[in-house]
Ligand binder design. Structure first.
Ligand code: ARG
Ligand code: GLU
Length: 720
């Protein structure tokens, strides 16, 4: 018996080393125990405490959450922060006007006085990370839990965090917040103490023809030639504490900032990235992989394909619409290309089979170790995925085709307060409610809205939706389309645009001039939107019936894997918390006999130049610098100017803006994308295909120095 157990554990230990060399998004407090030796073996020259020290300053102190979904890094003792151009994009856009078009022309503050405040933008430092598993588990045992979901509930967990640290502490420490997050499906908990700065100013941005070069055509693509970076600065009060924008605020003197290496790294050199990856699905079962491919991604790909086709037709017809819909089109294609890439990888690598084998291993091990709860968890997951199939399909169809696909379905439909006011006699109240209504409407029907385009897309979306979803499962208002319009979608859509308050600016203004309850109550577009939103709520409620069982089965499945493999080899799924991933600078071969090198240069920018295509316009000044080979000290040994490189680091959405560091912890690049063949890495790391796409810091320095002449910024930085 002992020998058998020994053999099993031996086999399992061998199996556990199936973890690929560069796989993983590691938690910093677990780095030493889980990964340090492997990192040093491929070149890291640092110790774990240089990267993360619980009590004194370390590299992690120079990494920040930028805004809500990106990463940034501090690069000077005066609070200078680097992130991506696409992460700063909406802030740069808000600073722009016709007179100062910073998106087109770029922006460089030549003095601190010229740096531009961005109300609403924050930068978050992680002050402390603690394993609070015992604390949370003991509370979970005591506390009432009506839904069985406390163990994953952000609200419940964050209350525990506040309780643990105490109100007094939070009051004394300005800008400090605490958060507890579940890891490994709720098998472990960490508490994060965060310090949030809210005076963050725009310092510099290259023109979009550099920062967004290649735009959507090149998005998720390698070889890449985008200078995807922008520069901000954190301001604080005189004590260095967070404070809302004030002219008296001063640049933050941070605990830590990155040294910059203009030496670059070579193929196979060590590289690591620290940042805030958003979400991954490493612990999906085979059934969830199939669901993701056949339901979620397939619906997304089919519907967006139709929608983008319609949108593009309008954009190509009219330059004004092209500008209006540029950002919407980019957002749509970003997730669309991701879905295509993920399905490609699922099939290419048979990820369904990869997960199935893992499940079978667990079942075998559970039998031998007398752990019936793990096979039971697997059965539950299989059942849940099959039971929710139809609902999930309807949910994705509704979302993609009607809720996101058609803009006017987001019209404000909770009009009780407005109707009450209109029914009453209080003029001030009426005006206030009309103002609210106009603001709510403005979120959708603003200068970037084209009724003709939405109308065209709506026709396509509705026809597709109705041809796939059976009548009995459609939003209730659809019955009226049959009755009133004999099912003629085109006629229906045209009619509601003619009649509705939101059909045109003229209609809207006419309503605002003489607002009546009747106009609101019989508005066909509002009724239609309400019907879609009601269906959304109904499906969400029906799907949530599965939540508790799913959460508990997923928790058990992950627990089983951790027990079987030992936690050394397992990293938790991404959940927007601070992680480290390491690997090497490397190219890749996406197809037979095809190989991509790991480094691009300015030559590629010139090769791609197309003055007739806005995505590939190259600014004259950059061409002049190229012609004069005026590259300063930033060029490669062979004299060419580096632009971007790829590494085997395991990154995902949220890692945009993450610092990429050499083996001494010096900044060599800023992460901004992944190759489309690699996005399946969100389900299972793909060692031979998956690459992070990183803007070379030498290109960033070159643009700041030679292109923008903002030498004062370089003088602030510590250059190695
Ligand atoms: N694919 C990158 C990411 O997922 C970049 C997206 C922004 N760029 C764009 N062309 N849409 O965020
Ligand atoms: N562009 C992504 C971001 O904004 C990163 C790409 C990815 O690895 O998914 O976070």
């Amino acid at each position: 018996m002992k020998i058998r157990l020994f053999l099993i554990s031996l086999i399992v230990n061998i199996l556990s080393f199936q973890l690929w060399a560069d796989e993983g998004m590691w938690l910093l407090p677990l780095l030493k125990q889980q990964r340090l030796a492997e990192m040093q073996a491929i070149g890291l020259k640092l110790q774990d405490y240089d990267i993360y020290h619980p009590d004194s300053s370390s590299l992690k102190d120079a990494v920040v959450v930028f805004g809500s979904g990106c990463t940034g890094e501090v690069v000077s003792s005066n609070g200078l922060v680097l992130t991506n151009h696409h992460c700063g994009y909406s802030w740069i856009q808000q600073q722009s006007s016709l007179a100062h078009d910073y998106l087109t022309d770029g922006f460089w503050a030549m003095t601190k006085e010229q740096e531009l405040p961005n109300p609403g933008l924050t930068v978050t430092f992680i002050e402390k990370i603690e394993d609070v598993s015992d604390y949370v588990l003991s509370h979970l045992k005591q506390d009432p839990d009506s839904t069985g979901m406390n163990f994953l509930s952000p609200k419940y967990l964050n209350n525990l965090a506040k309780e643990k640290i105490g109100q007094a502490f939070l009051q004394e420490h300005i800008g400090v917040e605490v958060e507890i997050k579940p890891f490994y499906g709720g098998n472990q908990y960490f508490m994060f103490t965060k310090k949030i700065y809210s005076d963050v100013r725009l310092v510099g941005a290259p023109p979009s023809s550099i920062g967004k070069f290649g735009a959507d055509t090149d998005n998720w693509m390698w070889p890449r030639h985008t200078g995807d970076f922008s520069v901000f600065r954190i301001y604080a009060d005189a004590n260095g504490d967070p404070a809302p924008y004030a002219t008296t605020n001063v640049p933050l003197h941070p605990k830590r900032w990155f040294k910059i290496s203009a030496q670059g790294i070579e193929d196979n050199d060590f590289a690591m990235m620290i940042g805030f990856p958003g979400r991954t699905y490493k612990y999906y079962t085979s059934w969830e992989v199939a669901e993701r491919r056949d339901v979620d991604n397939t619906v997304r790909i089919n519907i967006r394909n139709l929608r983008q086709e319609a949108m593009l037709e309008e954009m190509l017809k009219d330059p004004a619409i092209r500008i209006q819909y540029a950002s919407k089109y980019a957002g749509s294609t970003n997730a669309y290309k991701n879905a295509i890439g993920m399905n490609w990888a699922i099939n290419k690598h048979d990820l369904e089979q990869v997960k199935r084998e893992e499940q079978e291993k667990l079942i075998l091990w559970s039998k031998q170790s007398d752990k019936p709860e793990y096979p039971k968890a697997l059965q539950a997951l299989e059942w849940i995925v099959s039971a929710r199939k139809d609902l999930r399909f309807r949910s994705w169809m509704l979302d993609e085709a009607l809720s996101r696909g058609i803009e006017f379905t987001s019209a404000p439909v909770n009009l009780n307060a407005l109707i009450d006011a209109l029914n009453g006699t209080d003029k001030a109240k009426q005006e206030e409610q009309i103002r609210f209504f106009t603001t709510a409407a403005n979120r959708f029907f603003n200068k970037n809205y084209s009724p003709e385009t939405d109308m065209k897309i709506a026709k396509v979306m509705l026809k597709e939706y109705r041809s796939i979803i059976p009548a009995s499962s459609q939003p209730t208002y659809f019955a009226r389309i049959d009755k009133q319009y004999k099912g003629d979608i085109d006629r229906f859509v045209e009619a509601i645009f003619k009649q509705s308050i939101f059909g045109s600016e003229t209609n809207f203004n006419a309503f605002i001039k003489h607002p009546t309850v009747k106009a609101l109550e019989k508005d066909p577009m509002l009724l239609f939107a309400k019907s879609v939103q009601d269906e959304r709520a109904a499906i969400t409620a029906a799907l949530s019936e599965f939540d508790t069982d799913y959460a508990s089965a997923h928790h058990d499945y992950v627990k089983g894997l951790l027990e079987m493999y030992g936690d050394r080899a397992n990293f938790p799924d991404a959940n927007s918390t601070l992680r480290l991933t390491y690997g090497q600078k490397k190219g890749y071969s996406p197809r037979d006999a095809d190989y991509y090198l790991s480094q691009t240069t300015l030559e590629g920018v010139m090769e791609k130049e197309d003055p007739d295509n806005w995505e590939f316009v190259v600014p004259q000044h950059l061409k002049d610098l190229y012609a004069a080979k005026d590259f300063g000290a930033y060029c490669l040994k062979d004299g060419r100017m580096p632009v971007a490189f790829t590494a085997t680091t395991h990154s995902t959405g949220g890692n945009s803006g993450s610092p990429v560091l050499n083996n001494k912890g010096e900044l060599v690049g800023i992460n901004f994308d992944r190759n489309w063949e690699g996005v399946g890495g969100d389900l299972q790391y793909l060692p031979d295909y998956q690459r992070s796409i990183i803007v070379d810091i030498r290109y960033v320095l070159f643009i700041i120095d030679k292109y923008a002449g903002a030498v004062h910024l370089l003088n602030e930085m510590d250059m190695e």
